[in-house]
Design a protein around this ligand. Structure first.
Ligand code: NI
Length: 137
């Protein structure tokens, strides 16, 4: 299969993490590691797409960006059927952590998480899902 080269910009910490990942998993180079990460991520999403899952979205953000808090709430209202509960923790003067418990179709949850994590100003975001087809949403 034809291979296309492209440039990737990464923060130095992320690059360091990638290099550690390459070493730990005995990849011959960064390209192989990136390829595997992409494949695994995409396959996982596809596999889970139609399943009903439960999970949590974790967000870390700057408390002083007030408009960000409003955007987070607006998005949550668009997914009120999927959201079970929201817990907000004031980690420090600056940092807020929000854990959003969710349940529903994996595609919907991924879409919700992508919208939240993609907001400008989010320091860190992650969606964790666990398969639970026996749960009907
Ligand atoms: Ni807070």
């Amino acid at each position: 299969m034809a291979v296309t080269r492209f440039g990737v910009s990464l923060e130095s910490e992320l690059l360091e993490a990638l290099d550690n990942y390459v070493v730990e998993n005995n990849f011959p180079n960064r390209s192989r590691a990136i390829r595997q990460l992409i494949e695994r991520n995409l396959v996982e999403r596809k596999w889970q797409c139609n399943h009903t899952v439960a999970g949590a979205v974790t967000l870390l953000y700057d408390h002083h960006r007030r408009e960000l808090g409003n955007r987070i709430v607006d998005i949550q209202h668009d997914y009120f059927k999927e959201i079970l509960a929201v817990q907000h923790f004031h980690l420090s003067h600056e940092t807020c952590m929000e854990i959003i418990a969710v349940r529903g179709q994996a595609c919907r949850l991924t879409e919700l998480a992508d919208k939240l994590i993609g907001l400008k100003g989010i320091k860190h975001g992650k969606l964790a899902m666990t398969q639970s087809d026996e749960i009907t949403g």
